[in-house]
Design a protein around this ligand. Structure first.
Ligand code: CO
Length: 196
C-alpha cells in the first residue's frame, strides 16, 4: 500500500515517462477532450476503470458512485449523462458493476440509519422488482452475484430511458448502452449484452 508521499513521487515519474515517449503529450491533452465512452462505475477502489480497460487519458468520461446507480432523481448523474451525450456526443455509455460489491451486499441487509439508506433503497427497489427471479436462488452467494447483474441491467434501462439518451439514439443511433460486470476474483470484464 502506498504512503501519501509516494503518490507524488509516482506522479513525477509518470510525467517524465509520458514526456519521454511523446514530448507533446500534455500539449495535446490540453487541447480538449473527445472521449467516445461514458463509463459509469462503482466507487470501489478495486475496480480501476482505466487500468482494467487500458483506456488512456482522454478516452473515458467517468462517473462513479456506490453500486453504479443511475437514478432520475440524482442531479449529479443526470448532469454527467446530459453533458456526455449532448456536448461530448459519446458513442457508448457503459454501466459497470462488479461482483463482491459492498453496496449491493449492504442493500441485502436491513437499513442501519444514515446517509447510505436512501441510496441503497434504489437497489432494494430493483431487488423487489426482481424478487420472483431472486427468490428461486437458494444460495445466498449466488443470489448476491445475481443481484449485481440485475442491478447493472436495471441501471442500463434507467440510462436508456433518459430523454436525452433516448432522443439521441432515435435520431443519431448513438449512444449505445452497455452493461458490464467486473469480476474482482479474476480480473475479467463480462459483457452482459444489454438489450434496451
Ligand atoms: Co461496488
Amino acid at each position: 500500500m502506498k504512503t501519501y508521499d509516494e503518490f507524488f513521487h509516482y506522479n513525477r515519474k509518470w510525467v517524465a515517462s509520458r514526456k519521454a515517449s511523446d514530448p507533446d503529450f500534455f500539449v495535446k491533452l490540453s487541447e480538449g477532450q473527445y472521449p467516445r465512452f461514458l463509463y459509469i462505475g462503482c466507487c470501489d477502489s478495486r475496480v480501476p476503470a482505466e487500468e482494467v480497460t487500458g483506456a488512456k487519458p482522454g478516452e473515458l468520461f467517468v462517473h462513479r458512485n456506490i453500486a453504479n446507480l443511475v437514478h432520475p432523481s440524482d442531479p449529479n448523474a443526470m448532469a454527467v449523462i446530459e453533458f456526455a451525450v449532448s456536448q461530448l456526443q459519446v458513442k457508448h455509455i457503459v454501466v459497470c458493476g462488479h461482483y463482491l460489491c459492498g453496496g449491493i451486499k449492504a442493500s441485502m441487509e436491513p437499513r442501519v440509519g444514515g446517509a447510505l439508506d436512501p441510496w441503497l433503497d434504489h437497489i432494494r427497489n430493483v431487488a423487489e422488482l426482481h424478487s420472483g427471479e431472486l427468490k428461486h436462488i437458494p444460495d445466498e452467494e449466488q443470489r448476491y452475484h445475481k443481484l449485481v447483474e440485475i442491478n447493472v441491467e436495471a441501471q442500463c434501462r434507467n440510462v436508456a430511458d433518459i430523454p436525452v439518451v433516448r432522443d439521441s439514439f432515435r435520431t443519431r443511433k448513438y449512444p449505445r448502452v452497455h452493461g458490464w460486470v467486473f469480476d474482482i476474483r479474476n480480473g475479467e470484464l463480462i459483457d452482459l449484452k444489454f438489450k434496451p
